[in-house]
Design a protein around this ligand. Structure first.
Ligand code: ADP
Length: 437
């Protein structure tokens, strides 16, 4: 730092800097001139002019002193060795991929995170071997010629859509003279890359959710406003029409209420996503409770509910109310969408031990139409439905399985969906018996 400061106070390209470098020569010339004037009777004007010319020449022409030559050699050596161990350790501690390249685009160091993502690049390879994004390479060139840092972002489409942001920063070695306001080529360039895909996906999910929720609410709201206008106008005195319209309005209001309840339920569960459940619950009791609650619905639909559960109970770590919500959602779906099979089977089975001391599997199987394979991976997405009309007709909101997934995530449980079209569907939840800290 001191060197850098001195260099920038009197740079060797300035007359003062050059005089400073030639200070011993100037001092010797001053002594000689005084001696010549005092002892050899050289006229004062001649001695003074000779000294002034000497000072003028020293200020005008740069000298390459030994110390300056040593400094240049030192700088060259520093550049050859850079980045040193300290820098490498620091760069390795960064969680993001990070590259150090020289001003010609040759890689000098690749941190551990970058090696994981970009594989077998070795120092000495051109940066473009691993970083192919044209906008990043263009930014690199710009930083090299301007000497100013840049932040850029770009999207990659293959193999999957991904978003990246890079910070490209010039590195000047101590002692590199930078003229104020002028573009100096940096000795090195640091490239730090951040994968923003997860963040972007979350943002997109949030905006999609708001758009979907508004869309779902707008339809019953429009229907309600339409009926209110009709009842105020043309059907004002039509008693039969009024009764019919009021029944539809009540149904639409119910749809809006169910949707708002599910949205609130989802946000409550999301708030608790990282809180480990602490209580102990019996899955047999949970299934029994959910079955009792849905028995009237099953009877109304002409569906028989069968159970296959252990007599001794199935204890897991969990929150009772949330697990009842899971069981009710799965059983209700089996009745709604698989009721045509006439039967729904509920099961609780133990699976052999492992790291978590074994698991309990809760399954809900129906014998209805089943679900085509292409829909299975997306069923737990918010508002995803195989058939939106049949879901709405069944008073579905499209949020049931999303709520189930969130509750299960909190319980460190996994949902598996299997289905053969025409033969029904099985929703199995694998619960660890104990949730480890
Ligand atoms: P919804 O409120 O529409 O029921 P869910 O999130 O509970 O929403 O379910 C999403 C979609 O998954 C449903 O619309 C339905 O198409 C499909 N689905 C869920 N369970 C079953 C099942 N047992 N059989 C067939 N399709 C099902």
């Amino acid at each position: 730092m001191t060197d850098l400061h001195q260099a920038s106070t009197f740079p060797s390209s300035s007359p003062l800097g050059r005089l400073r470098e030639a200070r011993w020569l100037v001092a010797a010339a001053a002594v000689l001139t005084c001696g010549a004037w005092a002892f050899y009777a050289v006229p004062g004007v001649v001695a003074g002019s000779a000294f002034a010319s000497m000072v003028f020449i020293a200020a005008l022409f740069p000298r390459r002193t030994r110390s300056r030559r040593l400094e240049v050699v030192k700088q060259r050596e520093l550049r050859r060795m850079w980045p040193g161990t300290g820098m490498k350790v620091t760069v390795d501690a960064l969680p993001s991929p990070c590259f150090v390249a020289d001003g010609r685009g040759i890689t000098r160091y690749i941190n551990k995170a970058a090696l994981k993502v970009y594989g077998d690049l070795t120092p000495g390879d051109p940066l473009s071997f691993s970083l192919r994004a044209p906008s990043l390479l263009e930014a690199f060139d710009r930083v090299c010629s301007s000497g100013t840092a840049e932040r850029i972002s770009w999207t990659e489409k293959v193999p999957t859509e991904a978003w990246f942001e890079a910070y490209v920063s010039p590195v000047f070695m101590p002692g590199t003279a930078r003229e104020p306001g002028s573009a100096t080529r940096p000795d090195f360039v640091l490239v730090v890359i951040q994968d923003q895909s997860e963040q972007r996906r979350l943002e997109r999910m949030r905006t999609d959710f708001v758009a979907n929720a508004s869309h779902e609410l707008r339809t019953p709201l429009a229907s309600l406003s339409g009926f209110i206008e009709t009842l105020q106008g043309p059907a004002k005195d039509d008693v039969v029409a009024r009764e019919r319209f009021l029944a539809i309005m009540q149904e639409q209001a119910g749809r809006m209420r169910r949707l708002i309840d599910d949205i609130l339920s989802l946000s409550r569960i999301e708030l608790k996503a990282h809180v480990k459940p602490s209580g102990e619950v019996d899955l047999v009791d949970i299934i029994g409770h959910a079955r009792d609650a849905l028995d009237p619905v099953a009877r109304e639909m002409g569906v028989t509910i069968e159970t296959d559960m252990p007599e001794t109970g199935a204890i897991i770590t969990g929150e009772r109310d949330e697990l009842i919500q899971v069981a009710e959602n799965l059983i209700e779906n089996a009745l709604k969408y698989g009721g045509s099979g006439g039967k729904v089977t509920l099961g609780v089975h133990a699976t052999a031990g492992g790291a978590d001391n074994g698991q309990w599997d809760l399954s809900v199987r129906d014998y209805g139409e089943g679900i085509p394979a292409e829909h299975l991976p997306r069923l737990t997405e918010r508002f995803y439905r195989v058939n939106a009309d049949s879901s709405r007709a069944m008073k579905g909101t499209g949020l049931g399985l999303a709520i189930v997934k969130h509750i299960l995530n909190r319980h460190r449980a996994r949902l598996e969906i299997e289905s053969t079209p025409g033969e029904g569907a099985t929703f199995t939840v694998h619960f660890p018996k104990k949730i480890r800290a």
